[in-house]
Design a protein. Structure first.
Length: 475
């Protein structure tokens, strides 16, 4: 079922779904509209069938429609009307599209506001199950029309025939899944259970052979399963667990690259330089991302404080703290500048920050920000430390940082939260986005202007990182 939200103007207005609409036979699609309160609204099908909409509060109208017909529908209220569609009912063989962009964005719904799933590889052929304007649904997600080529392509028929594993001395594990053709791979991580499952929609299993490397540590066992919809590869991980991953298509293989743990050698000697010495940061590589910068000021406090300046000051102070404890620090920026070209779209700017961390071999990624609320009255009262993670293997890092940071800056409220941000979603290592406090609150903004704020916040984050690493290393 497709669900879309609406607002409420005075006259009839379609809120969703807009544009060209493809549906499967029997599929229920809610129509959402707004209009003049108290005045009946109806949907007129191409064959003349009238479908009345039900009015909710404040002139909001809706109806769930099935039994769709090919052609354009008319949404009508009084003398006003607007077009719904045109509608195409998909029957028989599904239309297909070929992905033309490497790492094409794949979302949970038809629009930029929906969360991103794992991306799609170029060359993948998709069977299309629905369309809403410039978004196409295939399987669990939606891809933008601009990232595919519509056509009569033969469907992809990937078959998993073998899995080859290798591990490097520093703890990186690489699995090559021989599929022959690309798939819309999705990865489910369960760090608490020590498992990671690779889902392969549309793939089958054909006499699969699994070749383990000598003395496997990172991946202890592989289990295979299949349904009519997909094949699944479940990995039972070793004691070092899941510290992140990257997935890429290297024809004819899907490659799963497991990130080594921050303290390499926990399970076997030699131990890292800082292990057992009370200095867990020794030898680690940590990427610090001062959010915004250059052409992007970020939030601006009511007294004129610029977020980008606070973020940079905190990143520079934290860099000193970490280096004093033996870590190597990668800075995405050390001055007031854009990381990518100033004219680049936001996605390229964020990708450039992640790329610096990846290319520098970072073990951890910390993006530093200060919060704000669009609602001025609520923003004036908001306070608290919010630290966000996206991948399950990053949650413990967010939880470890929240309380030490709050305690250091004298803040009584803190939370570790889940949300999809580019820098935490696209990073292969444990990654968090820190919102140190609310710049939109003038009282908090004043505290941020004191000389002791930045060094206190930096020490709190350093203490949280040390606590995280000690807990992860175990006794």
């Amino acid at each position: 079922m497709l669900v879309l939200l609406l607002l409420a103007p005075l006259r009839a207005e379609l809120k969703g779904p807009e544009g060209e609409l493809w549906v499967r036979p029997g599929e229920v699609v809610p129509i959402q509209a707004t209009g003049a309160p108290g005045e009946p609204m109806k949907l007129v099908a191409p064959d003349g069938q009238v479908i009345p909409l039900v009015e909710g509060p404040a002139g909001r109208f809706s109806v769930e429609v099935n039994g769709w017909r090919n052609g354009s529908y008319r949404l009508q209220q009084g003398q006003q009307h607007t077009t719904v569609g045109p509608v195409r009912v998909l029957s028989g063989r599904l239309p297909t599209a070929r992905v033309t962009r490497a790492n094409a964005i794949y979302r949970s719904g038809p629009g930029e506001e929906y969360d991103r799933l794992d991306p799609l590889p170029a060359g993948l052929t998709l069977g299309l199950e629905a369309r809403q304007h410039d978004w196409l649904r295939s399987g669990p997600g939606w891809v933008a029309l601009k990232d595919v080529q519509l056509g009569s392509f033969p469907p992809s028929r990937p078959r998993l025939t073998n899995i080859r594993m290798s591990e490097s001395p520093e703890g990186r594990a690489v699995l090559r899944l021989r599929l022959g053709e690309p798939v819309a791979c999705q990865v489910d991580s369960r760090p608490e259970q020590g498992e990671l499952t690779v889902r392969l929609p549309g793939a089958g299993l054909t006499m699969v052979e699994v070749a383990y490397g000598p003395e496997p540590r990172r991946v202890r066992a592989v289990q295979l399963a299949s349904t009519p919809e997909e094949a699944r590869v479940r990995l039972t991980l070793g004691p070092e667990g899941n510290w992140g991953y990257q997935v890429r298509w290297e024809a004819p293989d899907l490659v799963l690259d497991l990130t080594p743990p921050p303290h390499r050698g926990w399970s076997n000697p030699p131990r890292p330089a800082g292990a057992g010495t009370g200095r867990p940061l020794v030898g680690l590589v940590i990427a610090l991302d001062a959010g915004h910068g250059g052409s992007d000021s970020g939030a601006v406090g009511l007294n004129g404080t610029c977020e980008k300046d606070l973020n940079l000051a905190l990143a520079l102070a934290l860099k000193q703290e970490l280096e004093r404890e033996g870590a190597r620090v990668i800075m995405t920026r050390e001055t007031d500048r854009d990381v990518a070209d100033p004219e680049a779209p936001a996605e390229e700017e964020l990708a450039a920050r992640v790329r610096l961390a990846e290319e520098g071999g970072a073990n951890l990624f910390v993006s530093l920000h200060h919060n704000a609320m669009a609602d001025v009255e609520k923003g004036r009262k908001a306070h608290g430390v919010h630290i966000y993670s996206y991948r399950p293997h990053s949650r413990a890092l967010a939880e470890a940082l929240a309380h030490p940071l709050a305690a250091a800056i004298g803040e009584s409220e803190w939370m570790a939260l889940w949300r999809s941000f580019h820098v935490t979603r696209q990073s292969s290592m444990p990654a968090v986005l820190v919102e140190a406090n609310f710049l939109s609150n003038p009282e908090v903004e004043a505290r941020m202007g004191r000389e002791d704020y930045i060094p206190q916040a930096a020490r709190g984050l350093k203490d949280g990182l040390e606590a995280f690493l000690r807990a992860a290393a175990g006794p």
